[in-house]
Design a protein around this ligand. Structure first.
Ligand code: SAH
Length: 204
């Protein structure tokens, strides 16, 4: 079923062989509460509790491809959720720092990573709007929730040459890629419409 899903994603335009291989390897059904394999291997988002969803596999593959992950590169993920995107990044041998603001999901996914032997560098309970200044700069930052606006902190935590992949918008999001060209310059590319749960800001 995983091989079939990988074929579906390739047919939809995912070209990076390493990303396709990651999809072939990762047991997505274990990231869902009810491990119905037929749900898990359709190219669809799915509820994971606390009003959140595991992203659609195509979206995960599309965002991952845009990050251009190389072995040992340092990646910050905002929105750990089920951990599926994290697992894809780990299988590409990235050093992953991941932040989740929902306590329930944070605890559950942290335990799950332990059980599965997935080893992000850090799993953080907190507000991803702020990024992770103490570990910056990053080669890549991926936001897996819809951001009403681009958090400035995230742009400032990219290495020169680093990439921020972020869905921007309220009802619908435009997948947006920023590549840092210098201290002050960023190249911006808009790459199509997607739908995400919202990136929530902590007001306190
Ligand atoms: N990468 C996840 C996608 C989960 S959906 C997966 O593969 O399953 C997006 C996640 O972002 C949700 O879990 C939500 O709680 C989280 N989120 C929303 N706002 C956030 C914020 N400000 N900081 C960190 N996480 C946030």
């Amino acid at each position: 079923m995983r091989n079939k899903l990988a074929e579906v994603l390739a047919a939809k335009g995912i070209k990076d062989v390493n990303v396709i291989n990651a999809i072939k390897q990762i047991p997505r059904h274990l990231f869902l509460d009810s491990s119905f394999v037929d749900h898990a291997y359709q190219d669809k988002a799915f509820p994971i509790g606390a009003d959140q969803t595991i992203s659609q596999p195509y979206t995960v593959a599309f965002q991952t491809e845009l990050l251009k992950v190389k072995p040992n590169c340092k990646i910050l993920e905002i929105g750990t959720g089920s951990g599926y995107q994290t697992a894809v990044l780990l299988s590409l041998k990235a050093k992953v720092y991941t932040i989740e603001r929902q306590l329930e999901l944070f605890k559950k996914t942290k335990l799950f990573f332990g059980k599965m032997g997935y080893r992000p560098k850090k799993i953080i309970f907190g507000d991803g709007y702020k990024g992770l200044p103490e570990e910056a700069p990053f080669d890549g930052i991926i936001v897996t929730a819809g951001a009403p606006e681009v958090p400035k902190a995230l742009l400032s935590q990219l290495k020169i040459g680093g990439r921020l992949v972020i869905p921007v918008g309220i009802d619908e999001q435009t997948m947006t890629l920023f590549i840092r060209k210098s201290d002050t310059e960023f190249e911006k590319k808009e790459l199509g419409a997607f739908r995400f749960v919202p990136l929530l800001e902590d007001k306190n």
